[in-house]
Design a protein around this ligand. Structure first.
Ligand code: NAD
Ligand code: G6P
Ligand code: MN
Length: 432
């Protein structure tokens, strides 16, 4: 049977993952699941771990959920390793959000200064995990969800020298779930093509005759519930921009195309209901109260309040597709290999790919128009510098990443924000 190891097993998303595995048991016969966490996450691990076991016990399948704080024990002979950990916990996220905001800049989990520091904290841990995998499960696939997912995947490939990795995000899943309905169609009646970077991609849609229907979807986007992830405030895109673009930007592009409005909204929320991390703490508390209920054996509705809803559709489908060589189309973070010719072939991009036993085979997207090409090249350079700084601990490289990031100003204030973040997160930055 298949052995799965999930790092950050105490996450409130674990029931989502279990639901996805239970649904796919016939094609992915799992024998054991190992949920790994750290001392600080022990209580959560025990609560959600017991809930996970109840979910399996309520299913027709005999699967044992093991809980451990010993990563090596979990990784030993694993077939698939999934990562959903948060270095520094939600308190670190509060700082990523608050500190830039004090200086009038956007601090967000994966964008702006906050996203850079989340990468600084996460990259050293993921590289340790990769080293463990080389010793303990050299044939395993790594399915990464830990954010910033694209940069973390890039670090795994570039610095970990580990190619059996797929990075995931729920944003493309949500788009492909919502949009067919806007045209009165089903998902398999539309052809999707995504390209770009994680939280920075665009997509095009055609019907089953190959006719482009992207603009028809854009028209509907202005009339109905956009189906955005819960953490992103819905400020509409400028219509003139989308008409010129002829592609659908991902939900996170709002931070770049409507920076002024998104920043103003974030600052207002931070003043009133708190940062997203503070809001999530409340949701998480409610979720864990539910998970404590010995009678609960299915994923509760309240989990859809988290931004990462439907993550299991990506993660479990990726694993089942590799295991059963299904060649399913999935949007993944993976080595470019020419799919996006505007970016180096050896860097990680987020694209539509066929996923099978050999991993991801990218669907070629082709060159992007002038504006999108410019954004992409700046953002990829910013990502590469961020990861390089995370690995080398070089201050100047970190400042280059800050200076390139479109959501961060340059000069004295930017440097002060960076210095404050270094102090705030010093316990989690071994390389600096
Ligand atoms: P969380 O705060 O619940 O953290 C999950 C668990 O990780 C916690 O139980 C924590 O104790 C544990 N942890 C922290 N450091 C660890 C370490 N070094 N080793 C093992 N476990 C460790 O986080 P969450 O809200 O469930 O999110 C988990 C991760 O998934 C985050 O990085 C988040 O950004 C990411 N995420 C990604 C997407 C996506 O689209 N890719 C969507 C949602 C969340
Ligand atoms: C999303 C994303 C994640 C993101 C998360 C935040 O939509 O795809 O990458 O970080 O949701 O959700 P949260 O509920 O933690 O704010
Ligand atoms: Mn995401």
């Amino acid at each position: 049977g298949v052995k799965i190891a999930t790092i950050g097993g105490g996450s409130s998303y674990t029931p989502e993952l279990m639901e996805g595995f239970i649904k796919r048991y016939a094609e992915l016969p799992i024998a054991e699941i190992w949920l790994v966490d750290i001392e600080a996450g022990k209580e959560k691990l025990e609560i959600v771990g017991a809930m996970a076991q109840r979910m399996w016990d309520a299913s027709p399948y005999d699967v044992k959920v093991h809980l451990t704080l010993n990563r090596e024990e979990a990784l030993k002979d694993a077939d698939f390793v999934t990562t959903q950990f948060r270095v520094g916990l939600l308190d670190a996220r509060v700082k990523d959000e608050r500190i830039p905001a004090y200086y009038g800049m956007l601090g967000q989990e994966t964008n702006g200064a906050g996203g850079i520091f989340k990468a600084f904290r996460t990259v050293p841990v993921i590289l340790e995990i990769v080293e463990d995998m080389k010793r303990l499960c050299p044939n395993a696939w790594l399915v990464n969800f830990a954010n910033p997912s694209g940069m973390v995947t890039e670090a795994i490939v570039r610095y970990g020298k580990w190619d059996k990795v797929i990075g995931l995000c729920n944003v493309p899943v949500m788009a492909t779930m919502l949009e067919p309905g806007l045209l009165g169609k089903k998902t398999d009646e539309l052809i999707y093509k995504f390209a770009g970077l994680n939280h920075f991609h665009w997509h095009k849609v055609a019907d089953d005759k190959g006719q482009d229907v992207t603009m028809e979807i854009i028209d509907q986007m202005y009339q109905e519930d956009n189906g955005l992830p819960k953490n992103i405030y819905d400020i509409p895109f400028e219509r003139d921009l989308l008409e010129q673009m002829k592609m659908i930007p991902c939900a996170y592009h709002r931070y770049y195309y409507q920076e002024e409005e998104m920043l103003a909204h974030a600052l207002e929320e931070y003043r009133t209901i708190g940062t997203r991390a503070q809001q999530v703490k409340r949701t998480e508390h409610e979720l864990f109260e539910l998970y404590k209920d010995q009678n609960l054996d299915h994923k509760p509705e309240q989990l859809s309040q988290r931004g990462g809803a439907y993550y299991s559709d990506a993660a479990c489908e990726t694993i089942a597709s590799i295991y059963a060589n299904k060649e399913t189309q999935i949007v993944v973070s993976t080595k470019n290999n020419g799919a996006v010719p505007d970016l180096p072939a050896d860097c990680v991009v987020e694209v539509t790919a066929y996923v099978g036993a050999q991993g991801a085979r990218n669907v070629a997207f082709g060159p992007l128009p002038t504006a999108e090409r410019g954004w992409l090249q700046v953002m990829k350079a910013m990502e590469l510098l961020t990861i390089e700084a995370a690995v080398t601990g070089d201050y100047g490289t970190a400042l280059q990443a800050f200076t390139l990031n479109p959501l961060i100003t340059s000069g004295k204030t930017a440097k002060r924000v960076m210095d404050e973040l270094f102090i705030a997160h010093k316990d989690y930055l071994p390389n600096f």
